[in-house]
Design a protein around this ligand. Structure first.
Ligand code: NAD
Ligand code: IPM
Ligand code: MN
Length: 349
């Protein structure tokens, strides 16, 4: 059998709760098949930091790199927890993984499933993918501050945008648009962030010439938030900067029925490093431990993982099980495990 080495990082808060359900579904869809997932569990996150003081050691990183893919729940403690002051689990763990493993495509599909209620009265057909740049922009963390704590403090966060980094993610987005409805929207803020904006627009214009059948348009990020609410059906592929993509995809999750449904993949398309699959949401300290978290996003991340590994049939079966489960939802509240069991049992039938 083909063996896939999967690193599993359940993380903090609702992370372990939703990952337990994702693993149930992965086990169900691979049962009796000719692909075997060999899982290694990594205890990383705020919990680990509080116990040992470590966020992500070089040994952790080397061990994770030796896997074919990564499944991550969510990391991060309760905002404001004084014991985490001075630590930054998000930067030191999650972003460190995305940067070290060159996850330059952060793939975040958004779909309003049949039967799914959302906040919009007339949602129309919502089915788009945000291709969020994953290794540059304001996330690089090479800012700094001076005169800290004084009335004259100056705090800088520098957004880094390279032609190399922008071109590779833009090329990925165009290739994806070719396989979808052939519409691509660049979202940026070129009217204010003129340097980065000029670079993004130039590269989109250049790559667009190689894809004459893809209809290209541009929106400023503020206007994009309007259309995500008033006419989300206009979008097919959105390509955007790391920070804009972060914000747009929480909004996209909300308009398609809730952040508990939004899956994502941090992809290294070149295959030099393992790609990492995770829900878009965080550790949700407000509902952690209550079995109120919706595991659908984590389960949808399994579908993205299987697709990335070339296991299309298994990926489609998981997507269909999710879709069928959503269509059958009656509005009655189910626990995290009940939703996971229901989706997993559709795969055993
Ligand atoms: P969050 O996504 O954790 O929570 C925002 C709101 O959405 C909360 O009310 C929460 O209860 C709800 N929610 C989230 N996931 C849900 C689910 N599956 N089902 C039902 N409701 C759900 O965002 P936050 O509160 O801004 O962040 C909490 C912590 O998580 C912070 O430490 C943050 O840095 C971290 N975070 C981590 C990741 C990650 O690991 N990928 C992503 C986002 C935030
Ligand atoms: C996400 C999260 C992360 C991000 C944080 C926790 C670093 O919000 O995955 O969307 O901003 O990318
Ligand atoms: Mn986010």
């Amino acid at each position: 059998p083909r063996v896939v080495k999967l690193a599993v990082i359940p993380g903090d808060g609702i992370g372990p709760e939703v990952i337990a359900e994702a693993e149930k579904v992965l086990d169900a869809v691979t049962a009796g098949g000719d692909v075997v997932f060999e899982k290694t569990r990594f205890s990383l996150g705020a919990g680990r930091y509080l116990e040992t003081g470590d966020t992500l050691t070089d040994d952790d990183l080397d061990a994770i790199k030796a896997h074919d893919a990564i499944l991550l729940g969510a990391v991060g403690g309760t905002p404001g927890d004084p014991r985490l002051a001075g630590a930054n689990i998000e930067r030191g763990l999650l972003l460190k993984l995305r940067f070290a493993l060159d996850h330059y495509v952060n793939l975040r599909p958004s779909k309003l499933y049949p039967g799914q209620d959302g906040p919009l009265a007339e949602p129309g057909d919502i089915d788009f993918v945000v291709v969020r740049e994953g290794t540059e922009g304001p996330y690089v963390g090479n800012g700094g501050s001076i005169r800290q704590g004084t009335p004259h403090e100056v705090a800088n966060e520098t957004s880094v945008n390279t032609a190399f980094g922008v071109e590779r993610v833009v090329r990925y987005a165009f290739a994806l648009a070719e396989r979808r409805s052939r519409r691509l929207t660049l979202v940026h803020k070129t009217n204010v962030l003129v340097n980065a904006g000029r670079l993004w627009q130039r590269i989109v214009d250049e790559v667009a010439r190689e894809h004459p059948d893809v209809a290209v348009d541009y929106l400023h990020v503020d206007a994009a938030t309007i259309f995500l609410v008033t006419n989300p059906g206009r979008f097919d592929v959105i390509v955007t900067d790391n920070l804009f993509g972060d914000i747009l995809t929480d909004l996209a999750g909300a308009v398609t029925g809730g952040i508990g449904l939004a899956a994502s993949g941090n992809i290294n398309p070149d295959g030099d490093f393992p790609s990492m699959f995770e829900p878009v949401h965080g550790s949700a300290p407000d509902i952690a431990g209550t079995q109120q978290a919706d595991p659908t996003a984590a389960i949808g991340s399994i579908a993205l993982l299987l697709d990335h590994l070339g296991l299309q049939d298994a990926a489609d079966r998981v997507s269909r099980a999710i879709e069928d489960d959503i269509a059958a939802r009656t509005g009655e509240k189910r626990s995290t495990a009940e939703i996971g069991d229901a989706i997993a049992s559709r795969l055993k039938a």
